[in-house]
Design a protein around this ligand. Sequence first.
Ligand code: NDP
Length: 271
Amino acid sequence: MKLAVVGHPIGHSLSPAMHRAALDALGRPDVSYEAIDVTPDDLAGALVRLRDAGFVGLNVTLPHKSSVIAHLVSIDDAARAIGAVNTLSLDAKGWVGTNTDVIGLARSLAESRVEIDGARVVVLGAGGAARASVVALAPAREVVVVARRREAATSVAALHPHGRVSTFDALEEPFASTDLVIQASSATLGADADVFVRALPLASLASRAVVVDLVYRPRETVLLAAARAHGLKVVDGVGMLVHQGAASLERWIGRAPSVEVMRAAVERALG
Ligand code: NDP
């Protein structure tokens, strides 16, 4: 069986190390998993070539997570709501898509004993990760989406029955009542992470509040370090990464891989 992750660039992907470790632990040397660089203008052709070359499962990463949908025979409800897919499986008619980021986040939060049933949640960001988060937060009592672009925030908030929007300059009020903050933007990834985090009113958060950062490189982001310094419980993005990968692999091979083996492989790769 041939599996791969496709993206552009793809050299930084942790998926090959994570999936190979899981397949080794399952005793499946017959299953390969490789990283394949596919440029945006070659995406349609690459999907045909990969199918013809015997690939039956693909992870899809940036920049193809939304644009790939046009080349699929079907997508499931979660992928449709998010407008992005990260997992393709080949069936008799062609490639079908799903999005395991939703289950990845839900399982990561459950594993960290973070209760979302009835919780008040603030989601920072309005990209694909924020959309997946809001879908995963269906059992929450309220979801406040905060983003630079109001239109994008409104579209993400509409994914939740009790969704509303706020802005970065009015965070004290939603922070004061929230149980959970999910940082789902790429702001803690870059050189300006410090500036972004200093502007957040972390002191307004109640002591029960949990802070999650979906960015996993670095594993302990500036936000998680600051939240920890405020005495708050934190959850990093590695859990979501590992659980979305495990859910993809389970779809393809029909067996649940070891999440712990996958986590250890990611931690080794992150150094
Ligand atoms: P997108 O590019 O789709 O969205 C990025 C979002 O971040 C946009 O809303 C953007 O706002 C916002 N943003 C960027 N910089 C800033 C800033 N300085 N201040 C405020 N908002 C900012 O990316 P994704 O949603 O796919 O991914 C977001 C992050 O989540 C990534 O860094 C990725 O590493 C992580 N991720 C982790 C996963 C995991 O498994 N742990 C899974 C998927 C993603 P604007 O539109 O205004 O630019």
